[in-house]
Design a protein. Structure first.
Length: 317
């Protein structure tokens, strides 16, 4: 099979018929063999009913229905596991991504040899306050953190080699940073393609302030995991050692100072508890010990962890 098109969605019943027909037209024009995978992320409208109707009309349509809303990242992760195509295309279900971009994305992966081709919405039709400005901040932070020079990490329209999506797990709000996840496991041939962006035709955007804050928190998590995810002792142990040494050296200084006063100057020394540095040193020694133990526990968890379910599928067709 040439192409798997993975589309996570939430309450997009009005757009599914039109999107399906648009994709089918593009596939037929280019003689592609394909599968179209819709992931219903706990919709409360008729989205799943629409998907089952489309599947009855077109055997290339497949569907996954989550028991409740688990998030776009979990939807993509489930779709990636089900996908069988040589090239996997992801796009949104709101008709803002154009299926007309698929042939060139496919060619850039198959003929250009790219591991990932990410769309770049140069001209956007979203609200500047609600989405444009936050997206620019996300993209700037992601570039600085990852070293990947993409202008639009958040674009849902992307193309992947099959081996890429089978090598990563997308959790939390990590769908924005799939190129970073791929780079962390060794895929570095990442390209970008300007794509057409269209105004939303039905419904309302799902973007909110919580996605803005969660996205930045996930970026910090991703940076930490890429650096220390497999060796937490390298971070916590190093920090703990430095803090413990600082506290130990400080308490040693206080003790030596007191001995000199008593035995060399023959004066009465003040209690060490009157010295603020004593409490700072004691605190850093305790914190240093705790950080070191945290690193050790982290190593033990990594060696004994079992996979956890990130989502629960109610139905699948």
């Amino acid at each position: 099979m040439q192409i798997s098109i993975v589309i996570p969605l939430l309450n997009e019943a009005d757009s599914l018929q039109e999107l399906h027909q648009w994709i089918v037209t593009v596939m037929k024009q280019n003689n592609y063999s394909y599968e179209l995978i819709f992931i219903d992320d706990g919709s409360t409208d008729d989205s799943w009913k629409k998907i089952t109707t489309l599947q009855a009309e077109n055997p290339n349509v497949k569907g996954i229905k989550f028991l409740k809303n688990f998030g776009k990242s979990q939807g993509l992760n489930a779709g990636f596991k089900k996908a069988q195509g040589d090239v996997i295309i992801t796009m949104d279900a709101d008709l803002q991504d154009s299926p007309e971009e698929i042939p060139e994305l496919y060619n850039m992966v198959t003929q250009g040899g790219h591991d990932i081709v990410s769309g770049w919405k140069k001209k956007r039709y979203d609200s500047k306050i609600r989405k444009n400005i936050p997206s620019k901040l996300f993209n700037w932070a992601a570039r600085k953190t990852s070293g990947i020079e993409l202008n639009d990490f958040n674009c849902g329209l992307k193309a992947y080699q099959k081996k890429v999506i089978k090598s990563i797990d997308v959790t939390g709000e990590m769908h924005r940073y799939i190129p970073i996840l791929a780079k962390n496991v060794g895929f570095k041939n990442i390209a970008e393609k300007p794509v057409q962006h269209q105004a939303r035709k039905y419904g309302e955007t799902k973007f909110g302030i919580d996605r803005f804050t969660n996205g930045f928190l996930d970026l910090i998590t991703l940076w930490f995991l890429s650096k220390f995810g497999k060796r937490p002792m390298h971070f916590f142990g190093l920090m703990g050692t430095f803090m413990f040494l600082f506290g130990f050296i400080s308490t040693s200084y206080i003790g030596i100072q007191k001995l000199l006063i008593v035995f060399y100057y023959h004066e009465t020394a003040k209690l060490v508890t009157n010295n603020p540095l004593f409490y700072i040193a004691l605190t850093t020694m305790i914190l240093g010990t705790q950080l070191f133990i945290a690193g050790f526990i982290g190593e033990m968890i990594l060696k004994n962890r079992k996979a956890n379910n990130l989502y629960y599928i109610e139905k699948e067709i």
